[in-house]
Design a binder for this molecule. Structure first.
Ligand SMILES: [Zn+2]
Length: 323
């Protein structure tokens, strides 16, 4: 029997799954992502998690024939390493992944993807139609896309394709993105940015009434969604979010002609009716080409891990014909 492994390396947790060749899960493991001091400590945390998942499955790591990794970036793809990850301590400058995992499982078949590319691989693999053209968009602490176009998972020469959250949606650039540039999609619509967006809208029109704690230290996006239907500013913010999100999604659809657009990430998953449904309505009016099916992933928080496993099973493609 051949076995396969998937790894999800996030800023908070590292998870691993081991499966049989038909995708049936037989072992899992989860640990907190080591906070350093060096990148090698994170690598060791990943290897430990894979070994534990193998232990859970009752197999040796060398019985795994292929592994997929969905990881926080950015990458040095040629080196198979994460470089200067934004959401881990500064002392972590380099996390080698492909080489050490390849050594652990004694196989050269190790596929490294950023988390949104792992997302589209998982969505493609598990979709009814096994589509060659689809996009996975995450709306969480940031906004990003994984794109499969003409059957190819697009990564770009440096692995940075799909950074759609840094597309300009506001030419006036009134809000500054975490990357330091102005007017980017995720500067308005990511979970981290939504409170700033609500404050901006309140400033623009002080006649809009609200009980939101706009200047409170604990004010978050969650407060806004919780007051939907009860607070004028909350409703207006949700409407404006839909407007900017629909612009971003329409740009992605016009760029790649997907047949399915699937959403994930905490903001979309926890607020499907308030975030995704309005995007679907608006996009239908805004797209001048074919309007894709717009869905929410049914894998929830497992989409990156499942995508990493799907990558291992299909030679890095998510294409079920490769099984
Ligand atoms: Zn940006």
């Amino acid at each position: 029997m051949d076995y396969y492994a998937g790894v999800d390396l996030g800023a908070t947790n590292v998870r691993a799954v081991v499966a049989e060749d038909d995708g049936t899960t037989i072992g899992v493991s989860r640990r907190s992502t080591p906070r350093g001091p060096t990148g090698i400590d994170v690598t060791e945390g990943v290897l430990r998690t894979v070994r534990e998942a193998c232990g859970d499955a009752g197999i040796a790591p060398t019985e795994i024939v292929a592994a997929g990794i969905g990881s926080i970036g950015p990458f040095d793809l040629a080196e198979g390493a994460v470089i200067d990850p934004a959401n881990l301590p500064d002392s972590i400058d380099r996390i080698p992944l492909t080489g050490p995992i390849s050594k652990l499982i004694d196989s050269d078949e190790v596929y490294l993807h950023n988390d949104t590319n792992a997302g589209v691989i998982g969505e493609r693999f598990h979709a009814d139609r096994n589509p060659d053209d689809m996009v996975y968009i995450t709306i969480s602490s940031g906004v990003g896309a994984g794109v499969c176009c003409d059957g190819e998972i697009m990564s770009g020469w440096d692995g940075n394709a799909g950074e759609v959250g840094h597309c300009v949606v506001d030419p006036q650039g009134r809000l500054t993105c975490g990357c330091g540039r102005d007017g980017h999609w995720e500067a308005y619509c990511s979970g981290n940015a939504i409170p700033d967006f609500a404050r901006l809208l309140a400033e623009d029109d002080p006649t809009i009434s609200t009980t939101l704690p706009l200047e409170g230290p604990d004010f978050t996006a969650k407060d806004i969604f919780e007051l939907a239907g009860e607070d004028e500013l909350a409703d207006y913010t949700i409407e404006q979010l839909a407007h900017w999100n629909a612009i971003g999604v329409t740009n992605v659809i016009h760029s790649f002609a997907p047949i399915v657009v699937s959403f994930g990430g905490a903001v979309a998953l926890h607020n499907e009716e308030l975030v995704v449904d309005p995007i679907r309505e608006r996009v239908a009016e805004m797209v001048m080409t074919n309007v894709p099916e717009i869905t929410v992933t049914n894998m929830g928080d497992d989409v990156v891990l499942e995508g990493a496993l799907a990558s291992a099973l299909t030679g890095g493609t998510g294409d079920r014909k490769q099984l």
